[in-house]
Write a new protein. Structure first.
Length: 264
């Protein structure tokens, strides 16, 4: 039996302020995900697990016919409120589960899911559903936290050294390489390739950011002049694009793996 909070509004996870590396990461992840979906006038794009609708609205502002799929009625209400003052055609939102999308096969030119896959209890079914509702020549875009990033590896190595060599216990409540309690899956490149590859013809793996969550990194950036801090995160982001396996976030871009003669 599935037990969830359908009134959740994300107030427990949305930070009131962010460090420089967090701001850069979330902005880049959003832009990379939306850009990969190629939103534009007349394009039908589905935002799966759309939350409070910021990405659905952003795609609508580019002229797309955007729709959000979200199980929380409270977050759908917040999304509609956020969209009201925008000079756009109001996006649509549908209350539904990601692994049972109430749309016909091939209904959308693209579908995206940003930062939510690891919260799903049946993530591969969600990928299969996104592939099903997307046209065979369309795009499916998944943006997922990488728990085997360079930052996670460095953090784990430092903690192992402190504990095993120096005998100093790790005192942080949650280590960056540990999946939070509301995550069902601890993703890394090989796992998402395996899951997505069964339902998508994968065209690209894009890496976003390196360094987020690395011990001392946020504090170091905060001490730098703003311009120099920006150049630092941009340089590390260039490394992520070159080697996605090291990136903080992996963006998967693919096409539905089904025949033009089949419906699923």
């Amino acid at each position: 039996m599935r037990v969830v909070d359908l009134d959740r509004d994300m107030s427990d996870v949305i930070p009131t302020s962010m460090s420089r590396d967090s701001e850069y990461l979330f902005e880049r992840m959003t832009l990379e995900t939306i850009d990969a979906a190629l939103p534009g006038p007349g394009q039908r794009i589905l935002d799966v697990a759309s939350g409070v609708g910021q990405d659905t609205i952003a795609m609508a502002m580019r002229g797309a016919n955007a729709m959000g799929a979200e199980p929380s009625q409270r977050m759908i209400g917040m999304a509609r409120m956020f969209a009201e003052d925008k000079k756009i055609e109001m996006p649509s939102w549908v209350q539904c589960w990601s692994d049972h999308l109430p749309f016909a096969t091939g209904s959308f030119d693209a579908s995206i899911c940003k930062g939510a896959m690891d919260h799903f209890d049946r993530p591969e079914l969600a990928i299969a559903e996104m592939a099903r509702v997307t046209a065979i020549d369309g795009r499916v875009v998944l943006a997922i936290a990488n728990f085997e990033s360079l930052s996670c590896r460095v953090g784990r190595a430092l903690d192992d050294f402190r504990r095993d060599v120096l005998g100093i216990p790790v005192i942080r409540d949650r280590r960056g390489y540990d999946a939070p309690s509301d995550h069902f899956t601890r993703y890394e490149v090989n796992l998402i390739r395996e899951q997505a590859g069964r339902h998508l013809i994968i065209d690209e793996f894009r890496g976003v950011s390196v360094g987020w969550g690395m011990p001392g990194w946020a504090g170091f950036l905060q001490k730098l002049p703003q311009g120099l801090a920006l150049r630092c995160v941009q340089a590390f982001d260039a490394l992520a694009r070159f080697a996605p396996v090291l990136a903080d976030v992996i963006v998967v871009v693919g096409r539905p793996r089904r025949s033009v003669n089949t419906s699923a």
